[in-house]
Design a protein around this ligand. Structure first.
Ligand SMILES: NC(=O)c1ccc[n+]([C@@H]2O[C@H](COP(=O)([O-])OP(=O)(O)OC[C@H]3O[C@@H](n4cnc5c(N)ncnc54)[C@H](OP(=O)(O)O)[C@@H]3O)[C@@H](O)[C@H]2O)c1
Length: 322
C-alpha cells in the first residue's frame, strides 16, 4: 500500500496530527488520484473534523478537507469537491471525482482558488441558481464581516445588485466593506432595539437577504425588516447559507402570514451537483481577475496541528500546502 503524509483526526475534539497514512485508491472509473496542491481550512472543514457536521458518520480515523486544488496525472490543475467525508483532501494525495471537478486556467494562483471557492460559491450559486438576482435589486448580507459574507457583498455587486447592505458585528471589517461594494453598513450590537431600527432603516425594502448567521440575530433582523416594509406583499427572499449564530431559529408564525416571506437555503444539497459545477468556472474567473478579493494565508500542511488551534486572522483564509 502506497503511503502519504496527511492531517489525521484520531479523536474528535483533538486537532488533526500530521502523520503517514495509506494513500487512497480510486474506486470507480470517474475517480482519479491527484497530488494535492492547496486546501482551504473552511469553517465546514472544522465542523467535519469535530464530527459535528450533519453528514458526519463518526468514522475514525478521518482526514479533513472538503475541497482542494490538485494536480492530475496529465499535468492539468483542477479544483474539486471531495466526495468522501472520511478521507478528505488535507493530504499529499486525494481521490478526485471528475464529475465534481473543473479544470483551472494554467496561470491561476492555486492558493487563492483554494481560499475563495468555498466562501464565494455560497453567494454566487445562491444569486445565480437559487433566487436569480434581477438587475437593480436590493440585497442585504447578514453576517457580512466573515470571509463568505464579505465575498457575498462583492458577488451581489458583480451580479448586478442595485443596492447592497452589509450587516455584521466587527466595526473595522464593516468599514472595509465600503471598498468591497457595500452602499451601506449596519453594525449588529447587543442592543436589540437599536440594531432592529438601524436594520429596518437600511434594508426594509430589500429583495433578497443572504443570511450567514441564522439563530437569534437572524430572527430579529427578519422581524425588523418585515415590520417596516412598505409593501409586505412584495417578495422578500431569505436565503439561509450559514449558521454561525445558531443552528436553529424560533420563527413567529405571523412572519409567514403577514408578508410575502420566502425562506430557502443554499448549499450543495439544495442545488443539483451539475448546476453547482456549472457555476464554478465563472467563479474561478472572477477570483482570478480579482473582482472577488481574497487573502490566502499559506501555511505548511506539516504544521496542521498547531495551525488548527490558532484563530483565523480576520479577513484571511488559511490555506494548507502539502
Ligand atoms: N452553504 C454554503 O454553501 C456555505 C459556503 C461557505 C460558508 N458557509 C457557511 O457560512 C458561514 C460563514 O462562513 P465563512 O467562511 O465566512 O466563515 P468566517 O470567515 O470564519 O466568518 C465567520 C464570521 O461570523 C461572524 N460571527 C460569528 N458569530 C457571530 C454572531 N453570533 N453574530 C454575528 N456574527 C457572528 C464573525 O464576524 P465578526 O468578526 O463580525 O464577529 C466571523 O467573521 C459558516 O457557517 C459556513 O459554514 C456556507
Amino acid at each position: 500500500m502506497e503511503k502519504m503524509n496527511a492531517a489525521v483526526v484520531t479523536s474528535f475534539g483533538e486537532p488533526p496530527h500530521y502523520q503517514p497514512f495509506d494513500a487512497p485508491r480510486p474506486a470507480t472509473v470517474d475517480e482519479i488520484l491527484v497530488d494535492v496542491l492547496a486546501v482551504g481550512l473552511h469553517p465546514r472543514t472544522r465542523t467535519g473534523a469535530a464530527g459535528a457536521h450533519y453528514t458526519s458518520t463518526g468514522t475514525l480515523p478521518m482526514i479533513p478537507g472538503i475541497d482542494a486544488v490538485g494536480l492530475r496525472p496529465d499535468g492539468k490543475r483542477i479544483y474539486f469537491l471531495a466526495a468522501d467525508d472520511v478521507i478528505g483532501t488535507m493530504a499529499d494525495k486525494a481521490v478526485a471525482d471528475v464529475r465534481r471537478s473543473i479544470e483551472l486556467p494554467d496561470d491561476v494562483d492555486v492558493a487563492r482558488v483554494a481560499a475563495a471557492m468555498n466562501p464565494a460559491m455560497s453567494a454566487w450559486v445562491a444569486l445565480r441558481r437559487r433566487v436569480p438576482l434581477e438587475p437593480g435589486q436590493s440585497v442585504l448580507v447578514l453576517g457580512a464581516t466573515g470571509n463568505a459574507g464579505t465575498m457575498a457583498v462583492q458577488v451581489a455587486r458583480r451580479l448586478g445588485a442595485g443596492r447592497v447592505i452589509g450587516a455584521g458585528r466587527d466595526r473595522g471589517r464593516l468599514t472595509a466593506l465600503a471598498s468591497a461594494g457595500a452602499d451601506e453598513v449596519v453594525q449588529l450590537t447587543d442592543d436589540a432595539d437599536e440594531t432592529a431600527s438601524r436594520l429596518a432603516a437600511a434594508a426594509a425594502e430589500a429583495d433578497i437577504v443572504l443570511d450567514y448567521l441564522w439563530g437569534k440575530p437572524a430572527r430579529q433582523a427578519m422581524m425588523a425588516l418585515l415590520t417596516e416594509r412598505s409593501d409586505r406583499s412584495r417578495a422578500l427572499n431569505w436565503i439561509q447559507i450559514g449558521a454561525v449564530a445558531g443552528p436553529t431559529m424560533e420563527l413567529p408564525s405571523v412572519a409567514l402570514r403577514s408578508a410575502n416571506l420566502r425562506i430557502q437555503g443554499n448549499g450543495q444539497g439544495a442545488v443539483s451537483p451539475g448546476a453547482y459545477l456549472a457555476e464554478l468556472p465563472s467563479l474561478v474567473d472572477e477570483i482570478d481577475a480579482g473582482t472577488i478579493a481574497v487573502k490566502a494565508n499559506r501555511r505548511p500542511l506539516a504544521e496542521v496541528e498547531t495551525i488548527w488551534a490558532q484563530p483565523d486572522v480576520p479577513g484571511e483564509r488559511t490555506v494548507l500546502v502539502p
